[in-house]
Design a protein around this ligand. Sequence first.
Ligand code: UD1
Ligand code: CA
Length: 430
Amino acid sequence: MSVSIAILAAGQGTRMKSSLPKVLHKISGRPMIWHIIKEAKKLSEDITVVLYHEAKMIRSYLEENFQNLRFHIQDHDNFPGTGGALMGIEFESDKVLVLNGDMPLIQASELEQFLQIDADIVMSVIDLENPHGYGRVIIEDTEVECIVEHKDCGEAELALTTVNAGVYLFTKEVLQKFLPKLSNKNAQKEYYLTDIIGLAKKEGYTIKPIFVQEESFQGVNSKVDLAQAEEIMQDRIKKRWMEEGVIFRLPKTSFIEIDVAFEGECEVESGCVLRGKTLIKKSHIKAHSVVEESQIAFCTIGPFARIRPKSILEDTRIGNFVEVKKSHLKGVKAGHLSYLGDSQIDEGTNIGAGTITCNYDGKEKHQTIIGKNVFVGSDSQLVAPLKIEDDVIIAAGTTLTKDIPKGSLAIARTPLKIVKDFYYKFFGKR
Ligand code: UD1
Ligand code: CA
């Protein structure tokens, strides 16, 4: 069955207390609205995103990240509210699924269940211990009678714990017929989408509730909600990768963004942060390491290593307090306390402790290219641009400012001086 989808994202999200529009706040590395659209795309090619507040910013993000989305700017001044949001949209299919931009945890498989129920309206309901703020749902004999918004509830209604989760499947006919009949005579002076339920019921349309999981259908309205949704998403991401064969040591302590991927058996020790479009293949990420937007294959990284964007590491060992940025390392060992930026380092090369690529001259960034089987002694500064050919020894403590030809030794030190008995002259006999 084909279905059109509307994603409501025009609201201001004041409870978020943020200058960033609510739906652009991130969960596991991607804005909330990205998550719901990603799932919606699995069900439909006709997706309309309803915008108003910060419409330009949200739209440009979505256009960069998705294809074939339609946008509808709500006439919010004249028709505020979730009902107003759907006015004036042309849908392609006879069924319309309505989702919210602030529900990042819903999964396509859960939405498919809506499509399997035969009714004019299918609406999501949850039983909540604390229903505060939600619209209460009045159900009689398995059919929904109406929804009463929290701010319009009387005492008896406030006691109801069955609430509207905010996701609906309507027939296009129901929307076309009842959207124009909504009024704003309520506590918030808004056009409530939820009023369609009562109106349709009166005219004999069938309205079926579907009980959904709170874990997936909770909305994010505040930063407390955001943190809770983040935890759920994180659990899901790590569970998925564990099922694919990744070992996580104390998974709750690591943060793995949604665009990270693993291949083959990998291990991630505790306290790691893996971000952006990162690929980890048959590698071991030791405790408290950070990897961002990089490709790591057949490597050991950390503990306490930092791999910054656009790094490609193959067959490489990176140890503690090593920072790598925008570098391609193949068959390299860099065990301790180094910064390797804008570099290209080849097989068999050993980078001594305290090696620094001086890639920035105060104006521009420059490349450091190191060949095969090079031994870089500890505490060396490699002033870029610089090329070190194969089979070179760099003596410890050298500051390199020139290219080094194949097979050479490079050493730049002030000669060592030993002054006998100087200690006693200086301090006297002790
Ligand atoms: C809504 C429901 C309530 C339900 C709750 C579940 C209505 C009237 N109430 O309330 O019954 O229990 O969701 O989370 O629908 N939006 C627009 N345009 C607007 C107003 C809102 O696009 O003019 C969007 C928001 O951006 C948001 C969604 O609609 O994504 C829901 O709006 P929100 O203000 O959060 O509704 P609730 O008060 O939570
Ligand atoms: Ca909400």
